[in-house]
Design a protein around this ligand. Structure first.
Ligand SMILES: [Zn+2]
Length: 165
């Protein structure tokens, strides 16, 4: 299993110096640490979790988005959602699993679900090309806009803004 923290820290209540440094400099978050440990705990019951990779975890006010490698999603969801439900209970928030993908539109649709995606435009500003992600006027993202922007930046290396139609 690969997660944002090392194997030793997944099994421990403490962080090693290397992982603590990552937490201090902001390259990993508390959510990365907590979720990695929760998945590691579940791996003793669900052996299939031993070979998954979690790239990044982002925590919003009501949901936690876990970004995993291609093909790992079914393992992290489990049969009839058994794994993801257990994880959500352990984390105290709805956990959503998203696979890394090249298809940006599909990816954005998945992370903002159940809010419908009205469209994606490219807008040009002084800092370059930005993505304008359009959602219905009467809806809100299931996470903060900051978390959303972080996810898009991390996965696609692009700046995004959210606009309401
Ligand atoms: Zn460590």
């Amino acid at each position: 299993m690969k997660t944002p923290i090392c194997g030793i820290c997944m099994n421990s209540d403490m962080l090693c110096m290397a992982c603590q440094k990552k937490l201090d400099d902001g390259s990993i978050s508390e959510a990365d640490v907590r979720l990695a440990r929760a998945v590691k705990t579940l791996a003793s019951t669900f052996k299939v979790l031993d070979n998954i990779t979690i790239k990044k975890v982002l925590e919003g006010s009501t949901i936690i988005v876990m970004l995993c490698c291609r093909g790992d999603r079914p393992k992290l969801v489990g049969r009839e959602g058994v794994v993801i439900n257990r994880l959500s209970k352990m984390m105290g928030k709805t956990v959503r699993v998203i696979e890394e993908t090249e298809d940006m539109k599909e990816f954005i649709k998945n992370i903002i679900h159940p809010v419908p995606l009205e469209g994606i435009n490219v807008v040009y500003s002084t800092d370059g090309e930005n993505l304008k992600v359009i959602i219905p006027r009467n809806r809100n993202l299931p996470m903060s806009e900051l978390s959303f922007r972080e996810i898009i930046k991390m996965v696609f290396g692009r700046n995004a803004v959210v606009a309401k139609a």
